[in-house]
Write a protein that binds this ligand. Structure first.
Ligand code: ATP
Ligand code: MG
Ligand code: MG
Ligand code: MG
Length: 434
């Protein structure tokens, strides 16, 4: 009889069954009569037990000789183990070594961050990094579920572009045969065109920013979710945003319990983030609040720094929207406030616990003349944006959209210190390898 190969994801349906499991050794300890082998199989971290008196003598010898990261095919019986996080372990009958491993560089002792970043291709195997990537995957899965259920279609804007939505300073330049091209820093303008064709659209793809910042919140390459919705004003867009973020947190709570435990993330705190609505505060009020509380390094017209965002977020137990920023510090396409010409109909969603901005969004300017003026006043060429201006000539409607940074959301929901751990192979100011 050939045994079936499973992973520990199927442990529950296989209790008491003899199965095959392919796994890597993370650690091991053995006494004269019993060997405890710590394993990972891609899904979970668990224990294999080898009893000297129950197996062939050579099997116990192999068990005692296993080194860190050796890959192995185990034959054994799944049994419940209430002391472990997973709740199951493997009672091993036979062992076949698949690939040897010697002098694995990442040992159970502490390593510095630069060392770990140099070994990112191996660091991904550690339980913490593994848990973060599993939660990242759940956030991606839940995003598709949310937007598909709400009738959005996914549209993929180009990554190579000829025009620059927010000025050229943070753009990567590249050759496009005999023309200059840029790597996309947002698909938004294209998504507006798509929203006029399909009503509700979203994209999810890589974006690039040549920002010389070395913060805990900025990557050079990151993935962004960008929904764009026709017949939609800013206040309705805020409701979509908070429902979406609450759905992400709820999905992680529902489907990633084990991984949240690995990360020691406080689930009671996360549960609060699923309660709606989130608080809203205007930019004006936020400045006033900061000045009243001793922040004299910021005045009306400035963008917030990280300490400002953290202070404002502390006023609530959930994410907070900051509404209506000064026109001068926001991109050209945002719609002017109907009662004031110095602010625009936009909002940033600020995450709690000091994680900063996770969403930036706005209603878009639809007035042809105003938009043309804005493009020119930002020093951009009307020719480059002729196609975008066309959208205001043929059946323009109120529309709004937003962008959520995937790695920002992952960093926050997993409670991770630095955004570099939210990307499998992060691109940072000083890092393009591995
Ligand atoms: P910040 O103020 O933090 O620099 P931003 O206002 O420049 O962000 P937007 O242009 O509004 O960012 O982009 C939308 C979202 O993309 C942000 O709310 C954030 O979640 C994410 N994001 C922006 N820049 C980065 C980056 N360098 N690394 C990772 N995520 C980013
Ligand atoms: Mg920025
Ligand atoms: Mg910002
Ligand atoms: Mg922003």
């Amino acid at each position: 009889m050939t045994l079936k190969r499973i992973t520990m994801k199927q442990a529950k349906e296989n209790i008491g069954q003899e199965v095959l499991i392919g796994a890597w050794v993370t650690n091991k300890r053995s006494s004269g009569k019993i060997a405890f082998i710590q394993l990972r199989d891609g899904d979970y971290y668990f224990q294999g037990i080898v009893l000297k008196n129950e197996v062939e003598p050579e099997v116990f010898e192999i068990a005692k000789s296993l080194t860190q990261e050796t890959s192995v095919m185990f034959q054994g019986v799944i049994q419940e183990d209430t002391r472990s996080k997973l709740g199951y372990e493997l009672l091993v009958n036979n062992i076949e070594v698949i690939g040897e491993s010697h002098d694995y560089p990442i040992t159970p002792k502490e390593h510095g961050t630069e060392f770990l970043m140099d070994h990112r291709h191996l660091w991904l195997r550690s339980s913490k990094q593994h848990a973060i990537m599993k939660i990242r995957n759940e956030i991606i899965r839940a995003t598709y579920e949310f937007f598909n259920t709400q009738g959005f279609i996914k549209i993929d804007p180009p990554i190579l572009t000829g025009s620059a939505p927010e000025g050229t300073t943070e753009l990567f330049h590249t050759e496009y045969f005999d023309q200059e091209a840029y790597l996309s820093q947002s698909g938004q303008l294209y998504l507006e065109a798509a929203a006029m064709a399909f009503g509700k659209v979203f994209s999810f793809g890589p974006t690039f920013r040549a920002e010389k910042s070395k913060t805990r919140r900025h990557l050079i390459e990151f993935w962004m979710m960008e929904p764009e919705m026709a017949f939609m004003h800013q206040d309705e867009s805020l409701e979509v945003q908070e429902q979406y973020v609450a759905f992400l947190v709820q999905s992680v709570l529902d489907n990633c319990d084990y991984y949240l435990d690995v990360l020691e993330r406080d689930k009671e705190i996360l549960k609060k983030y699923t309660q709606l609505p989130y608080d809203r505060i205007s930019y004006d009020e936020a400045i006033e609040l900061l000045n009243k509380n001793g922040f004299d390094d910021i005045k009306w017209g400035d963008d917030f720094g990280s300490p400002h965002e953290t202070f404002i977020a502390k006023q609530s137990e959930r994410p907070v929207f900051i509404l209506n920023y000064p026109k001068a510090i926001k991109p050209f396409y945002m719609k002017e406030h109907p009662d004031r010409d110095d602010v625009v109909l936009c909002a940033d969603m600020i995450a709690p616990e000091g994680y900063g901005e996770i969403i930036g969004g706005s209603e878009r300017e639809v007035d042809y003349e105003k938009l043309s003026q804005q493009i020119e006043s930002f020093g951009l060429s009307l020719d480059d944006y002729a196609w975008y201006l066309d959208l205001r000539k043929y059946g323009s409607v109120p529309h709004s959209g937003f962008g959520l940074g995937l790695e920002r959301a992952v960093t926050w929901i997993t409670g991770t210190e630095h955004i570099r751990e939210a990307s499998p192979f992060p691109r940072l100011l000083n890092r393009l390898y591995p």
